[in-house]
Design a protein around this ligand. Sequence first.
Ligand SMILES: Cc1cc2nc3c(=O)[nH]c(=O)nc-3n(C[C@H](O)[C@H](O)[C@H](O)COP(=O)(O)OP(=O)(O)OC[C@H]3O[C@@H](n4cnc5c(N)ncnc54)[C@H](O)[C@@H]3O)c2cc1C
Length: 434
Amino acid sequence: MDNNEFDVIIVGTGASGATLARDLSRRGVKVLLLERGAQRPLSEKLSAIAAIAREFPVAAGMKATTAYTVGGATSIYFGVCKLPTAETFDKLGIDLTRELDEARRRLPIAEVSDDFLPPQSLVVRDSARALGYPMKTHPMLIDPSQCPQGRYAYEAKWKAATFVDEAVAGGAMLATRARVARVIVEDGRAVGVEYFHKQGGGMRKAYGKKIVLCAGSPATPKLLIDAGIDDVGSRGFFCKPAFMVFGSVPGLAGRDAFLGMTECDLGNGVTLGDGAMTASLFKLFMLSNLKPTRLFAHASTVSVAVALNDTLGGRIDANGNYSKRLLPAELDKLAAAEGIARKILEYAGARRLFRSKYVAGTPGGVLWIGEHLDRDLQTRIPNLYVCDQSLVPDVTITPLVLLVCLAGRLANHLADALQPRVAAAVAPSDTVTA
Ligand SMILES: Cc1cc2nc3c(=O)[nH]c(=O)nc-3n(C[C@H](O)[C@H](O)[C@H](O)COP(=O)(O)OP(=O)(O)OC[C@H]3O[C@@H](n4cnc5c(N)ncnc54)[C@H](O)[C@@H]3O)c2cc1C
């Protein structure tokens, strides 16, 4: 192999790509990781979030967010952990019980105690409980040892960048600011990718025995469509529409908080959660909702987040654009939940209530095993695989742990498939960073 030939080329370094790269490099597989974002020090300052976060429309007036950076969306995610269930595995068509046990060992999954709930969350929780909407805490993907007395710490959240570091230490080659433009298909088989790498002199090609798209939304669907797969999104998609209702409680001394720690399931596909967050994320919310006068009101603000488990629907067009309309019944449920959220906040003594605009979660349900992919996550184009959020089949869970399970399983499959080559030790390669 020369230096543009690899066993496996992985496009994207989010949770899926990072896990896959780490597990493959540990088994001696020669891996190239291509990431369109840069490798910046991660932080939650407004300027740092603005530099990596990217919105894309999924429905009229509703956008989803992703992040272009090493580690993908985990650099800005909330860290809520609703584990996949037997029902998730049924929908997926693969039982990942073994991989789930493994993921529990390799990820920090912490139960949160009352210590973690800041004053603004306790106000909301107590009010909700008094009105008959008990909010339970979720496990979180955080390392509690980094949160003395439950204090918020960005560093405590698990991030895929740590797995990227381990992959590189294990010999994977990482190219950042390397945007994959297309999959190279020859004689009906995927053989490589073409990517734009300014530092590397413009358009470049790399060849691999196996190509895995882990580029998330909206990139993976577009790469597949361009490669000739014509039924991407044939069942539509779900995107978990959500909004927040905010209010002010004069004199309240709130503080930074992990978002989404508590939740009440209304039993009709809608959940109400506590919307406490960090001051910098709060500022982003106020700016994007045109509330500049509230920019510095983080400490006295309480909020309830409303989210809907939407049904599959809508489409992805030939340019990879998502579009869907919420059903009238879904809009009715959200309107009713807004009424409950307002009652909870009013009962908590909040004033000056307002609802944010709708936002969407990362789209899932785009690709299905047995329809778009086989059980080994291979597409109809031999040697082209997908492992990312596009194939999360269950809107009721949070996706991260499922993605780590899927990537772990795919790593075992690919390493076994490449075994004759892997048996020969491969020298570690250099890191190519921007
Ligand atoms: C604000 C927010 C909060 C969230 N909160 C939670 C939560 O609490 N719990 C939870 O489980 N999940 C949460 N999620 C969802 C979770 O973060 C994602 O589902 C998960 O990280 C997706 O991982 P992925 O591997 O599919 O890809 P991504 O994380 O989307 O990564 C894809 C990577 O591919 C790169 N890329 C894209 N196109 C190209 C290209 N053409 N060439 C090269 N590289 C490319 C991107 O830069 C990115 O680094 C949240 C997401 C967001 C945005």
